[in-house]
Design a protein around this ligand. Sequence first.
Ligand code: SF4
Length: 316
Amino acid sequence: MEVNPIHSLIIEYNTDFPNKIYFCLIDNFKDLMGIFINISCERIGRNFFELLRYIKKADIDIGLRVTKITECCAKKLKEIGIRAIMFNVNNISEKKRETSTTFTDSILQNVEKNIKICQKYKIPVEITTILTKKNIGEIEKLIEFCLNREVVNLIIQRPVILATTSYGYEYLDPITYRKFLTFLLQKMNEVDGKMLIVLSHFPHKILLAREIGKETYYSKIAKYGGCSAGLISCAITKDGNVVPCLPLREVIAGNIIGENFKDIWENSPVFKLLRNRENLKGKCGKCKYKNLCGGCRAEAYYAFGDLLEEDPTCWL
Ligand code: SF4
């Protein structure tokens, strides 16, 4: 199976690792289009700025997801030229028990403070959220919040992102998904030109877009698409593990400490399995859209314990 270059890499930055480990990743993948880095504000320091400058010099887009921002930090990030700063409006904790997914006033006020600092330094802001049963009815409120604060992108992710946190795996049934995606595609039209609503980890959105005639130019010509995990993207956890995507953090293809990242990308059995959609099982395996969609591999993994099983959230 053909090995594609990595287009998009997500990194949970670890301040204990020497920067040269991250430099090596950049040097090996000149075709990288974007790097998204998750880091908590307290850990942003000299080494981190050095890494950002290195990435920027390689002409790679940088998106940052931080918990909060200070004026001093925003000023430096602006000088470096990062593409955008992203804030999560869910209160997510991997270990503690206070994970909350609703958009409480205190969470929104806190995000608003961060937005103001970024905007003072003319840094575009993105908001990310994780859809859950608890907040599905509040998404419209969040869209309004973002529109009123000139947020450039609102990124909505599916609840499987929370599978490894104290929140656990939450399954949204196919009918709910279809209804929600239909609503969002309409909303996307309404906010067109003012803000972009991005659906992350929703590979079957392309089918609905086709059905209602809202395809993008790319989706019209695409023969291959949907879930990009292991095909053109992957993630590196804070332990250095290379995984197909952050929800699949238990599915380890290798580790950047002591192993060659390029070798992991090209030869790991996990990535080889994901690259060949003929390996898919159940209804995804028989589906005529499998090359365009491929189903969410994380949903399959948490629902059936098998990375290659069908996506249980699909309405087809
Ligand atoms: S069956 Fe699987 S591949 Fe086909 S549209 Fe549904 S999720 Fe995508």
